[in-house]
Ligand binder design. Structure first.
Ligand code: ADP
Ligand code: MG
Length: 221
């Protein structure tokens, strides 16, 4: 379970230049849930997701993962925590252009010097996202939707408890958006991975267990 308690994020240091982006958010995300975050552009969705997923530190407030406050972690603890607990997908797939689909998927294991332990799972995941016949293709020879599938497989390689996604279908057409969303729903059901996804597609967003609406740095119920 993720518990967010009175989360505040300001950017800037000089008093006159402080931008208040998250204005005291409190909420709970249950383990295994698929949660979507919606709201107008600039409402703080990415900032909120980045704080939740440990990419940036909040100004104040707590984020508890199974009762442990991750906002107090040092870099060492954060590194271990991210490796074990968290997967990311972004709007841009951020694949390495010189690596094949499988090599991209294996990246997290290779960094941890754990290739052999995870290679079967890497192949399984690429098969699971529908790319068993594209494992040796480089990103330039894959469509945008296929690249995003590779990014999803990579994010799931080390079996994270929680997958964070920031507008993962933002660059994709409607049909591909639905495919990717369906895939994430299936993976959420099958693997019980908690998913927190920012999307501007309110129709899709409302299909899942839990939707958080952010307006100007506050949660609207
Ligand atoms: P959303 O994802 O909902 O579009 P963001 O979280 O990206 O919104 O941004 C919310 C607000 O915070 C915006 O006004 C943006 O300009 C501001 N902001 C985001 N990141 C920074 C930063 N690093 N420094 C200063 N302001 C920022
Ligand atoms: Mg954003």
């Amino acid at each position: 379970m993720i518990e967010v308690i009175d989360l505040v994020k300001n950017f800037g240091t000089e008093k006159t230049f402080i931008t208040k982006v998250l204005k005291g958010i409190s909420l709970t995300i249950e383990t295994g849930e698929f949660t979507t975050i919606v709201g107008p552009s600039g409402s703080g969705k990415s900032t909120f997701l980045n704080v939740l997923s440990t990419l940036i530190k909040p100004t104040s407030g707590k984020v508890l993962f199974d009762n442990v406050d991750i906002t107090t972690f040092n870099e060492d603890q954060l590194g271990k925590f991210r490796n074990k607990t968290i997967g990311f997908i972004f709007q841009n797939h951020h694949l390495f252009s010189e690596l094949t689909a499988l090599e991209n998927v294996m990246m997290p294991a290779d960094i941890a010097d754990n290739h052999d332990k995870h290679i079967d799972h890497g192949k399984y995941l690429l098969d699971r996202v529908g790319l068993s016949d594209r494992m040796n293709y480089k990103p330039a020879h894959l469509s945008g939707g296929q690249c995003q599938r590779v990014a999803i497989a990579r994010a799931l390689l080390l079996s994270p408890k929680c997958l964070f996604a920031d507008e993962p279908t933002g660059n994709l057409d409607q049909a591909t958006t639905h495919e990717i969303f369906n895939l994430l729903e299936e993976l959420n059901n099958e693997q019980k991975t908690t998913i927190v996804m920012v999307t501007h597609d309110e129709k899709l967003a409302s299909r899942v267990n839990n939707t958080i609406t952010l307006i100007d740095g506050n949660v609207i119920n």
